[in-house]
Design a protein around this ligand. Sequence first.
Ligand code: HEC
Length: 141
Amino acid sequence: MSKRWIGLVVVLWVTACSPIDPKLKQYLVEGERLYVLHCSNCHQRDGQGLRRVYPPLAGSDYLKENLPRVICSMKYGLQGEIIVNGIMYNQAMPGVPSLTELELAEIATYLYNSWGTQTGLIDARRIGPLLDSCARPRPRR
Ligand code: HEC
């Protein structure tokens, strides 16, 4: 076999066996788009936040430990004192109530698989139960 053929076989083999799950890829692409649209004004494109006003998402211990609260705050907002990597923040973050469960999952997947973290896909089916855990009174029927 010529060198070219060997090269081609190797490329095909690597492509076929590479672990990039198309669903994960799709979530990451959409998640990044939505992040830029809804979040990067404050938290910045690189997730570093802004001084003591907007906390960082990149390397955030709060983000790592509080998936349910992170999902809830994207939709319903967040306020009151929080501590991120040892620094206290106390500003109101507005929620984006129009975000769907799929969009929340895509943004969360982006957050939890960027800037050095790799947690894998956060499936849209997980979001409903997490939203139910938000301490937010539901409208009565
Ligand atoms: C108007 C500015 C603003 C926007 C837009 C915004 N945030 Fe925030 N975010 C804040 C502020 C301020 C806090 C701190 C809230 C507090 O002090 O209680 C925060 C806190 C957080 C936290 C928890 C703390 C941390 O750093 O880990 C996460 C996670 C988060 N935001 C994610 C998002 C995501 C995802 C979006 C987009 C859907 C978003 N934010 C949009 C201002 C913003």
